[in-house]
Design a protein around this ligand. Sequence first.
Ligand SMILES: *Cc1c(COP(=O)(O)O)cnc(C)c1O
Length: 373
Amino acid sequence: MKIPMLDLTEQYQSLKPDIVKALDEVMGSSHFILGENVRKLEADVASYSNVRYGIGVANGSDALHIALLACGVGPGDEVIAPAFTFFATAGAIARAGATPVFVDIDPLTFNIDAGQIVSALTDRTKAIIPVHLYGQTADMDPIIALAHKYKLHIIEDAAQAIGSQYKERKTGQLGTAACFSFFPTKNLGAYGDAGMIVTDSEELAEKMRVLRVHGSKPKYYHHVLGYNSRLDELQAAILNVKFPHLERWNELRRDKAGIYSQLIRERLSEEHVKAPLVGKHDEHTFHQYTLRVKNRDALQQFLKENDIETMVYYPKPLHLQPVFEYLGYSEGDLPETELACKEAISLPMFPELSIEQQQEVVGKIQAFYEGAV
Ligand SMILES: *Cc1c(COP(=O)(O)O)cnc(C)c1O
């Protein structure tokens, strides 16, 4: 039995007639750029997030970049972010001309350690990007309090966390703006690149809309330097078919996560494998089901030999990436981040994963540790 990290084929088969019809309608209309499908998705995702505006952009990375620019972040500014995240979080800060300032993570949740943010603040700090990693929200109340006190913007990196909740508030309404990615592997995935920013600020929404079309307003008149970063109409048509299923898919992911955690508790020792902790305030959406394990690389190799695919998100922290060498960080600066890079491993996770597949995955992990001790 070969078990992939993610298998999108069953989902496509179940939605195929609707998707084909939606694509055919767009192609028949010849309206390919910023049409009614983009507008519908923007309205739906904004209202799902309980805010007024959605701005469809080309991908989640551009969403972060454009959100920062709209908030006025630029050269000379500092933006606080975790280093245990996908590259785009910090890439967007640097692309805006600002300086990423990395803060270590809470080892229990893998998210930014809110208690350490205050000591990273300077009079140049302009914004904080909490990342809701793996589908679990960062600890937002202390971050919101700090942002309020020091007049900082919060830009949620919610690329992995559409539908997740913090104290009964959905991602998307926990800061100045929030960024979603519809990369194919995300919980709501397009069939190519796509992304969205949501915000409750009319002024920021307007700036973002201008930035995604070359800074043009009115058309062919440019007061700011913008980009060509639009959410494609065909991708929006696909996402409109998928969006009504998102809550159910997230629920299924939570069910699968519960099954994994139960199997792990029954069969494995805490000494070898730690199941993910779900904070009592969180509605986790398990974009990834991520363990902390001993002897990670050997376990991954063993699982691979047994036809079980796993992934390491992320093997190298951002503060030690060569492209950020100029920031002057060195090994040891963010100990929890560096440890997580050595211990984290994500198991196959998707709504259609079967119980037999989950039993097989945990059984093989058990075989590894029983053989190894
Ligand atoms: C996927 C992802 C992004 C970027 O999204 P793209 O649509 O791939 O550009 C940003 N941040 C995090 C945490 C992500 O997982």
